[in-house]
Write a protein that binds this ligand. Structure first.
Ligand SMILES: [Zn+2]
Length: 283
């Protein structure tokens, strides 16, 4: 059994950084089950879905995607019967991936041409080995701003939020369980040279997150965390963004101000994040 219960109606499979597998979730309604994200491969999707099915938890399934990135979407081809729901920009982005050649040579060529990045190429090769069983499935249902799915005893609202990580990013909110699935929306931009954050963009997203009444927060490549822990982290993250707004790309000043705000010396992680905000300032 690879799935775990987070709440009565929310189960998930933890992330696996070794092959860049994000968290997969499922909302267990009385009439329908909503899978949140499809995973990075058919094998990834099957591992989670078979586990949930074996326990008899699945009713007429649907799948919704947080954003188009391969590690969240390529698993959708595992099951072509299940209706696939995504933002219209997610569908547009996935359209560009249909029919591509996934051999090492072809992937490496796209990295050289700048349409793929080394990070994804490395993990795709790890996840798929020599068996490139990749079919990109396009969403059946798309929406623009927001969509609510009634599952019976539970609902899921999908809200488009965008951001530098992926402009199609959505939050998925299950009010009955007080679970907010954030995908990678709070992550840095990764497809466009060195990783970066935009201070204003991050503060805008944190404002959006604040509007939900949630007890559990799920970032796809992390682990589910409860409100106290999540907001303690976000307070530091938000403080950094505010400091960057005030001092721009003055890295020494930003670092000193951040140290003062946090009341402790900066860790290597802090310094890396400061560097990613500085990169954002230079754009
Ligand atoms: Zn992503």
């Amino acid at each position: 059994m690879v799935h775990r219960f987070l709440t009565e109606r929310f189960v998930y499979m933890p992330a696996d950084g070794s092959v860049d597998r994000p968290i997969l979730g499922a909302v267990l309604g009385d009439e329908r089950t909503l899978y949140i994200d499809a995973g990075n491969s058919k094998r990834h999707a099957a591992a989670f879905r078979e586990s949930v099915r074996r326990e008899g938890l699945v009713r007429q399934p649907l799948t919704a995607l947080t954003h188009w990135h391969w590690d969240h979407s390529f698993g959708a081809a595992e099951d072509t019967e299940t209706l696939l729901i995504a933002h219209e920009r997610t569908r547009n982005a996935l359209t560009t991936q249909v029919g591509l050649d996934w051999s090492d040579a072809a992937i490496d060529e796209r990295v050289r041409a700048g349409t793929e990045i080394e990070f994804c190429a490395t993990y795709m090769k790890k996840e798929f080995g020599s068996d490139r069983d990749i079919d990109v499935r396009l969403p059946d249902v798309t929406f623009d701003r927001s969509l609510t799915i009634n599952l019976g005893g539970a609902t899921c609202r999908i809200d488009h939020v965008g951001g530098v990580h992926a402009d199609d990013s959505c939050f998925l909110y299950v009010p009955e369980e007080r679970v907010l699935f954030l995908g990678d929306a709070l992550g840095p931009a990764i497809y466009d040279g060195p990783r970066y954050y935009k201070a204003g963009d991050l503060l805008r997203l944190l404002e959006r997150v604040r509007a939900y009444d949630a007890e559990w927060y799920i970032e796809s490549h992390h682990r589910p965390v409860q409100s106290d822990e999540f907001w303690a982290e976000m307070k530091e993250f938000g403080a950094l963004a505010e400091i960057v707004l005030a001092y721009g790309d003055n890295e020494a000043k930003v670092s000193r101000e951040l140290e003062a705000a946090l009341g402790r010396p900066l860790t290597d992680d802090d310094r890396r994040t400061v560097g990613e905000f500085m990169e954002g300032e230079r754009r």
